[in-house]
Write a protein that binds this ligand. Structure first.
Ligand SMILES: [Zn+2]
Length: 59
């Protein structure tokens, strides 16, 4: 799962284009923020990927 932690802030990051959602969350809030934004989490080659709405539309 690509939620990066910068100085105590969890930042959801799209694994395709690098888009980031606003940080300031704890880990649970970051997961919720992704769901609210319509991002999808999927497993590819054993690694979790997060995909933003724009990239979902492009596929
Ligand atoms: Zn994206």
């Amino acid at each position: 799962m690509s939620i990066e932690k910068f100085g105590g802030i969890f930042t959801p990051t799209c694994d395709i284009c690098g888009e980031e959602l606003d940080g300031g969350f704890d880990f649970y809030d970051a997961v919720q923020a992704k769901k609210t934004a319509g991002w999808k989490s999927r497993k590819t080659n054993g690694e979790w990927e997060d995909v933003c709405v724009t990239c979902q539309e492009d596929e």
